[in-house]
Each structure stands twice: as structure tokens, then as C-alpha cells.
Design a protein around this ligand. Structure first.
Ligand code: NAD
Length: 484
């Protein structure tokens, strides 16, 4: 028996979880469940991260969490329970598999175009750090955090999946033409790691181009790997290609703890009615069984599911309207009744179960993942963000007073566009400027230089944020303003 933690979730969570656990029971899956308290109702009881301390201890002991969807309380400034869980336990890769399911009609299935795409999405970083600040009345910023070791972890996982899947192709999706430093870091990590897997064809594509090609030629993609927010959007797009969120499973993979859940949410509009579609949670459960080495049990359940779908059996959210829809419980019962049946298309075969022993280490301190190649770091300048509604020339006149030979004023930008020196009167301004001071080529400054300048500028402007300009191994690693 493999022990796993189970959280039923909110909304339709308990209904679909019950249906899936019934199917597991009937399939004699060698699993033992520890039910843990997580979700909105736990948050309402006063646990700020949406889980009880006992739930946290159990999950950190067992290493596997099978969860239903959970609601994020609105308007209380709290972070999503789901995102917190993924980040706390460093489940750095989100894997979603999208395959044509016979019996689930889509434009592609009707046209005979097979889809089999695995999306590996970075799961912790990017704008999901949720690091946001409002700088002025009119301007808010979000920090988009991309790290080299974080990128390497998820990309290496994607290559391993591609190898296991015997993929034809692995594609890195990005927007490095615009986000040269953040997505550039992700793309460079991909190119470096691609060298370790010479047998897999590795290429890259800009995310907007991918979206267009994914809806016109989805069959040309195999494994795609991308950053968090772009991955979130692209994976929902892929869900649409194979029949919608009701068929989208997801595995959150970390080195020590993994979370398996459906992509969809708590569906509050249909909660408590026993009409939700349990397929996405069941597919997530099948992915979990495979992860645990229970491949034969997974194949038995998946074949019964595919057979059931091929028969046209459906819940209310999909399928042929002429055939009456089944409720959640009856849909699950039909899958159980179809154990042992083989679908016409996509039948799974698997050797006997070989249960994996999940061993979660007892950690004494936090792991710190750090780049293996230390760089020479030098301070090259500073950007001051200020709150001002003055015209650019008036701000420049004031800032010029503090410009020195060792740290001259370089430019002013507004919404990332250079507005001084030069600029256009047609550039529309908002109440937040960035003033850049940058040391001459080859010269560097100290933190004290920045502090001294800060003190002087603070006498003139409301400074809302400060960003240092860094050179790594002599390379500028900061963006230029549009037009600089
Ligand atoms: P949702 O996915 O819950 O619902 C969107 C639509 O899809 C609704 O019409 C719903 O009825 C339908 N739907 C979803 N799952 C279904 C299923 N299994 N069977 C039949 N129909 C289904 O998205 P939402 O309404 O934007 O979010 C509701 C709540 O869920 C929010 O609190 C959100 O934060 C949360 N959420 C949680 C997760 C998670 O736990 N991983 C993911 C997404 C959203």
C-alpha cells in the first residue's frame, strides 16, 4: 500500500473526488489515504495559508498530495491556496498532457487530426511570485522573477519527459524578443540543456506564434516548455483543443513533494448538484498512479474511461445532447462497469504494477539552489523611480544638478520610453518616471554612491523605487529604455 494525502477541496471538489476514489477502490489501486484539511473552509477557520498544521505535516511526510480544486477567498488580500501549495513545496514543473479523446468531439477530432501535446510549465516563478506594488496614483508594477536554477530545473524535467515519451520534438516557448533578460535567461537555459539531449530535436518559438500554430497545426507539437504565465494561458488553450477544462489533468512535480489535481476550479455554479465531470481529476489520478509505478492499474482505469467516452457516455458539460447526460456518480459507475474493456483507439498497455517507494527526506534547513558558475558582479549605475507630473525637461533640469563625471545622468523614461534627452511630444506620459544614472564605460560605482545620490534626489522628488544596474562578467544585464 502506498500512503498518499488527499484533500477533497471546495465546490465540486468533494463530489468529483468521491467519484474518483470509488473508481480507484473498484480497480483495487493499492493506495491508502490520509485525508487532510485544506481549502477555503480551512482558511475561514483562521488558517491564513488555507491548510491546518496537521495537513502540512502529513503532506511533508507522505510526499504525494491528490487534491480537489480549492477556492481562493476574494477581496481579502490572501494568496491562492493552490499557488501557495505549489510554491511552498517547490513543485517547480507543472505537467499537463493533452490528447485526443475519442468520444469527445472537437473540430480536430472531427477532422481526424490527432493531438498529443505535453505542456511543461514552470510553476513557481514569473509573475506568480505575486510581488506587486503600486508606485503612484496611476502606476502599479509587478515583478517578473525568472531564475537560472529555477529555469534549469523545469527545463531539465521537460527534457526527461521528452526522453520518456520518445518525443519527436521539444519546443521552448518564450517572448525573449521583448523580455530579453528574463525570457532570455529561460531560453539560454533551454539551449544549454538541449546539448545534454542530442537525440531530441530541440527548437524554440515566440509565444504568440505558438498560439497561432497550436490552433492551426496542433499535431506538429509534442513537448513544449514555457514560463509560468505564458504556460498558464497556453495550457488552457491546449485544453480547448481536446475538449475543454473537463479533460485537463495536471501534475505539479517537485523533487520531494508532488501534487496531482485537475486544471479546472471549484465550479461554484454547479457545486452540490452531483453533475460535475470527474474526468479531469480522474486523468490527474491516472497520472499519479503512473508516477507511483502503478502502471497496470492506471492502464486498466484509463482504458475503461476511454471505452466509456467512445460509447458516447457523458456528463452534462460535453457530448452528444441526444444521449442523456449522466450525473457524476453514474458516470463513475459506468467507468467501473467497463473495467477490462478495450477502447478502439488509444488503448493503453502496461506491465504489472511496480510500486515506487516514496521517501521524503527530513530536511534540517532550506535548500539553496545557486548557479554553478559564479560571475564577476559590478555596479554600473542606478534607476530611480519617481512620482512626478512635471514635464521631462523640468525633471531633467533638477536631476542634472546631481549628475557627476563618475555617475552622469543618462536619461529619463516614462512607461519604458525615453522622453529625455530627445523624445517625442506625442509620447503620452503618466505620473511615474525613471531617472537613470550610469557610470561611464569601464567605470564602476559603490552602494555608497547610490545612497548619497538617493539622499540628494529625495530632497527633490518622491522616490518610489530604486533599481541598481548590474554588470555580470562585463555584460550589462539591464534593459535599455525604448529609444535609448
Ligand atoms: P472553474 O474552472 O471553476 O469554472 C469555469 C466553468 O467551467 C464553470 O462554468 C464551471 O461550471 C465549468 N466547470 C469547471 N469544472 C467543471 C467540471 N469538472 N465539470 C463540469 N463543468 C466544469 O473556474 P472559475 O469559475 O474561474 O473559478 C472558480 C473558483 O475555483 C475560484 O475560486 C478559483 O480561484 C478556483 N480555482 C481553483 C483551481 C485549483 O484548485 N487548482 C484552479 C482554477 C480555479
Amino acid at each position: 500500500m502506498i500512503e498518499i494525502a488527499v484533500a477533497k477541496g471546495d465546490g465540486i471538489g468533494p463530489e468529483i473526488m468521491e467519484a474518483v476514489l470509488d473508481i480507484f477502490k473498484a480497480a483495487e489501486a493499492p493506495l491508502q489515504y490520509e485525508f487532510v484539511e485544506m481549502g477555503k473552509w480551512v482558511f475561514d477557520k483562521g488558517f491564513g495559508n488555507g491548510m491546518t498544521p496537521e495537513a502540512k505535516t502529513t503532506i511533508e511526510k507522505l510526499g504525494i498530495l491528490f487534491k480537489g480544486p480549492m477556492e481562493t477567498p476574494k477581496g481579502k488580500g490572501v494568496k491562492s491556496i493552490n499557488v501557495t501549495a505549489r510554491k511552498t513545496w517547490n513543485t517547480y514543473a507543472n505537467k499537463r498532457t493533452f490528447q485526443t479523446l475519442h468520444g469527445v468531439n472537437t473540430v480536430f477530432s472531427k477532422a481526424g487530426i490527432p493531438i498529443d501535446v505535453t505542456v511543461v510549465r514552470e510553476n513557481i516563478e514569473d509573475t506568480y511570485g505575486g510581488i506587486e506594488h503600486q508606485l503612484t496614483e496611476d502606476v502599479a508594477i509587478s515583478r517578473r522573477l525568472i531564475t537560472r536554477p529555477g529555469s534549469e530545473q523545469v527545463i531539465r524535467y521537460a527534457f526527461e519527459i521528452a526522453r520518456q515519451k520518445k518525443a519527436r520534438r521539444i519546443t521552448c516557448v518564450h517572448k525573449a524578443n521583448i523580455m530579453k533578460i528574463t525570457d532570455g535567461m529561460f531560453l539560454n537555459a533551454f539551449r544549454r540543456i538541449a546539448g545534454e539531449y542530442p537525440e531530441i530535436a530541440a527548437d524554440d518559438i515566440i509565444v504568440d506564434d505558438l498560439c497561432m500554430k497550436m490552433v492551426t497545426r496542433p499535431e506538429t507539437f509534442d513537448v513544449v516548455v514555457l514560463t509560468n504565465l505564458q504556460g498558464d494561458i497556453v495550457s488552457d488553450l491546449c485544453a480547448g483543443l481536446v475538449g475543454g477544462l473537463g479533460f485537463a489533468p495536471s501534475a505539479n512535480i517537485g523533487d520531494n513533494i508532488c501534487i496531482f489535481e485537475a486544471v479546472h476550479g471549484t465550479a461554484p455554479d454547479i457545486a452540490g448538484k452531483n453533475i460535475a465531470n470527474p474526468t479531469a481529476l480522474l486523468l490527474s489520478g491516472i497520472a499519479m498512479l503512473q508516477h507511483l509505478g502503478l502502471t497496470a492499474t492506471a492502464a486498466k482505469i484509463e482504458n475503461a474511461l476511454l471505452y466509456t467516452l467512445e460509447q458516447g457516455i457523458h456528463t452534462g458539460d460535453f457530448g452528444d445532447k441526444i444521449i442523456p447526460a449522466l450525473n457524476t456518480t453514474d458516470f463513475a459507475a459506468r467507468i467501473i462497469a467497463n473495467f477490462g474493456k478495450q477502447p478502439n483507439a488509444g488503448a493503453r498497455t502496461a506491465a504489472a504494477d511496480q510500486p515506487v517507494k516514496i521517501e521524503v527526506p527530513v530536511l534540517k534547513e532550506n535548500q539553496l539552489i545557486h548557479s554553478s558558475e559564479p560571475a564577476t558582479k559590478t555596479l554600473a549605475g542606478v534607476d530611480f523611480f519617481i512620482d512626478s507630473t512635471l514635464q521631462p525637461a523640468a525633471i531633467a533640469d533638477i536631476a542634472q544638478k546631481y549628475s557627476t563625471d563618475s555617475l552622469p545622468l543618462i536619461n529619463l523614461s516614462n512607461r519604458g520610453t525615453q522622453v529625455w534627452p530627445g523624445g517625442s511630444k506625442f509620447t503620452v506620459l503618466v505620473d511615474s518616471y525613471t531617472i537613470r544614472f550610469e557610470a561611464p564605460e569601464g567605470k564602476t560605482i559603490t552602494q555608497q554612491t547610490i545612497i548619497d545620490l538617493y539622499t540628494k534626489l529625495a530632497g527633490e522628488f518622491q522616490i518610489t523605487s530604486v533599481e541598481t544596474l548590474l554588470e555580470l562578467n562585463g555584460q550589462k544585464v539591464y534593459s535599455l529604455a525604448q529609444g535609448q
